[in-house]
Design a protein around this ligand. Structure first.
Ligand SMILES: [Zn+2]
Ligand SMILES: [Zn+2]
Length: 134
């Protein structure tokens, strides 16, 4: 195996780890930082949702930074950047019209609203210890 594994004789430790990390079945992938902090206790779900981006997400300590947030499948109608990265300005009138931070500075004929980065917000709230309703 390319990663560390506990020998069968240490199954007591395995039980303790499973309890500590709330492992209740397989496959389970818990991502820890070097100092043992839980970055994600649903690594499998992260991969299903974000594919290889999950690795970047973990390397960021489980937080997506606002500046580098990638809007998968969304492009900027101004500069054609795809995927749109950073803040996303969405036209409230046009169908599927989005602009990046830079392009929205040039203005648009309709009102633009900024789309919240839900993932970041929830992660940040959890990070700060604020309770989030599902
Ligand atoms: Zn743009
Ligand atoms: Zn518009």
């Amino acid at each position: 195996m390319p990663w560390k594994a506990l020998p069968y004789s240490e199954r007591d430790r395995e039980k303790k780890l499973s309890k500590k990390l709330n492992v209740d079945g397989i496959p389970t992938l818990v991502v820890l930082s070097a100092d043992g902090k839980v970055i994600s206790n649903d690594g499998v779900g992260d991969i299903y949702e974000q594919n290889v981006d999950a690795i970047r997400y973990w390397l960021n300590g489980g937080l997506k930074s606002d500046e580098n947030y990638e809007w998968l499948g969304v492009s900027c109608q101004g500069c054609q950047m795809k995927p749109l990265i950073g803040e996303r300005y969405h036209c409230s009138v046009c169908d599927n019209y989005n602009l990046c931070t830079k392009c929205q500075e040039n203005g648009h004929e309709h009102e633009l609203m900024i789309i919240p980065q839900k993932l970041t917000t929830i992660a940040n709230l959890v990070w700060k210890g604020i309770k989030v309703d599902p």
